[in-house]
Design a protein around this ligand. Structure first.
Ligand code: ARG
Length: 547
């Protein structure tokens, strides 16, 4: 039998072929309702003004699913219940085990996708907001790549802007060697420069002049600016490595790379009448927007908005992408709506390229308020990792943080509770790691005893069916995450699978069974281990073999 890795879509197609509409199959809510249910007969009956059970019976007689399902059943007011045949589930579980990708099917239309994420600012430590962007963006990159899309991560670091005037000037005042700083040192410098700026008019003037020098390409200014970027990158990269994040220097696309494009974008928008001068500034009035998008301010400076427009132009025009995904804190949602609207008007963002803003909520402290230090300042990402590592070994602490970040809807705020997050029971990352390690332990013991296995062949027990059924859904869940950008669906799925696996251990002896049953159960364990490891990897979480 050919592998049927996309079993749910196959079932849908067969039902749709007779019903003429999408059956919207849903996983059955109770075992006695089979594996999937559809209310398509109720919907059709409603349209046709006929008794629903009669329509259901008619559909059941025509739907051709004998090779995949037990005879279909009509239930209640006219639901149709589908129960997949045990031999079919067994062959799907085997395919999960033996085929590459564990059931993830390659995208029908592979795309080129930019994921704009992490994007910290030079001379500032990454804070919790960057933590979320980094973890979420990395998960998207992994999922989309697994589906065969070409992902181009773009780390839009804040490496340009007026703050560099005061930073460079402060370095010169103090006679500092910028290259000797580390990232916390650069941040301390930032604070001293800020204070200095507020206290001294004279310093503020010099800082302004320094910005002009930076823009004009003055050699010494540029050299110090580069040094500040280098020390910041060293800090960011150390954090990425600590967190097992995919980003490398090759993905850097900081604000400064768009410098030369800014006047070009402004002129283009002005010449084509998309932008106009308003109160000395160049602005685009987007229909329905509360405020105009400022392309160039009255002082002649280009800001964040113009830079993001230039970035879109580059990503679509030069990188040739079909999909743009921005993973940035929810407070910036309005900025991006405006940028997307202007880019559409200008044609930088053609209709066939999608642009999605994926915001996320805040991380809260135990007091339910925005997570901050005792002094009331924003918590740095590294101190947060330290806090989790006080509770557990690094790979477990990291799993705890990433899972907590991805497992509830992204828009929701969540409370940083290191103790709860590292628990190996409940809906946590370490629980999933533990489930994986436990499956591995059984396979290891089997190997030591000389028990081999090949395929999943026998599925007699309901607990075995449940595990195999869930395995058959993995590919579909991954496809949904790639489309909807909702990682919590994958988390929920893996949690359900881990739960089904532990019910299976309780009800079905593996090492103590014999012959074909033992071999089939070992294969089922191995397929589950593979899906747990693959799924955790898509979340950016390691799956250790022992815990
Ligand atoms: N550097 C910004 C911040 O820390 C995030 C940049 C997001 N990406 C973008 N293309 N604007 O808030």
């Amino acid at each position: 039998m050919a592998p049927m890795l996309s079993l749910p879509s196959l079932l849908s197609e067969r039902v749709a072929a007779v019903a003429g509409v999408d059956p919207e199959l849903r996983p059955a809510t109770r075992p006695q309702f089979g594996h999937y249910q559809t209310n398509v007969a109720l919907r059709l009956a409603n349209e046709q003004g006929r008794p629903p059970r009669e329509v259901a019976a008619e559909l059941v007689a025509k739907i051709d699913l004998a090779d995949l399902c037990e005879p279909l059943e009509v239930a209640g007011p006219g639901f149709i219940n589908l129960r997949i045949r045990a031999d079919v589930l067994a062959s799907v579980a085997t395919a999960v085990l033996t085929e590459p990708g564990a059931g993830i099917s390659p995208a029908e239309h592979p795309q080129r996708v930019v994921v704009d994420y992490s994007s910290p600012n030079v001379a500032k430590q990454m804070h919790v907001g960057h933590l979320r962007s980094t973890i979420i963006g990395d998960c998207f990159t992994r999922v989309l790549r697994a589906q065969g899309h070409t992902v181009i991560p773009q780390n839009h670091i804040g490496d340009w802007g007026r703050q560099f005037g005061m930073l460079v000037e402060q370095i010169l005042d103090e006679g500092l060697d910028a290259s000797s700083l580390d990232l916390p040192g650069a941040e301390a410098l930032y604070q001293r420069a800020n204070t200095h700026l507020k206290e001294s008019e004279e310093f503020a003037d010099r800082a302004r002049e320094r910005v002009v020098k930076l823009q004009a390409g003055d050699a010494e200014t540029r050299r110090i600016w580069r040094q500040l970027i280098e020390v910041s990158l060293a800090g960011f990269n150390a954090t990425y490595r600590r967190m097992n994040i995919l980003l490398t220097d090759a993905d850097l696309a900081g604000e400064s790379i768009y410098n030369a494009d800014l006047p070009v974008v402004a002129a283009d928008l002005e010449e084509r009448g998309i932008a106009r001068i308003d109160d000395g500034a160049l602005a685009v009035f987007v229909e329905g927007a509360q405020a105009p998008a400022i392309i160039r301010n009255a002082a002649g400076g280009y800001g964040y908005t113009c830079t993001d427009l230039a970035a879109i132009r580059h990503r679509v025009g030069t990188l040739g992408v079909n999909r743009l995904i921005y993973v940035v804190g929810s407070p910036q949602e309005y900025h991006f709506q405006q940028v997307f609207a202007v880019a559409r008007l200008a044609g930088y963002l053609p209709d066939d390229v999608s642009a999605e803003f994926v915001g996320f909520g805040q991380v809260l402290g135990a007091d339910g308020k925005k997570f901050s230090t005792r002094e009331g300042t924003a918590v740095t990402l590294n101190s947060l990792l330290d806090a989790a590592e006080e509770q557990a070994a690094p790979p477990i602490a990291l799993a705890a943080i990433k899972y907590a970040d991805l497992s509830s809807g992204l828009q929701k705020d969540y409370t940083f509770d290191a103790e709860r997050m590292v628990a190996t029971t409940g809906d946590t990352g370490p629980y999933l790691q533990y489930a994986h390690a436990r499956a591995n332990q059984i396979l290891r013991k089997a190997e030591a005893e000389g028990y081999g296995f090949e395929n999943v062949t026998v599925l007699d027990e309901p607990a075995e069916h449940q595990v195999a059924l869930l395995l058959s859904r993995f590919g579909e869940v991954v496809a949904q995450v790639g489309e909807t950008l909702q990682p919590h669906r994958l988390c929920g799925y893996l949690y359900e699978l881990a739960g089904a696996l532990s019910v299976f251990y309780e009800q079905c002896p593996v090492l103590k069974s014999e012959g074909a049953v033992r071999s089939s159960r070992l294969a089922l364990c191995a397929a589950t281990k593979k899906v747990l490891a693959t799924g955790l990897d898509l979340l950016g979480i390691e799956a250790p073999d022992r815990m």
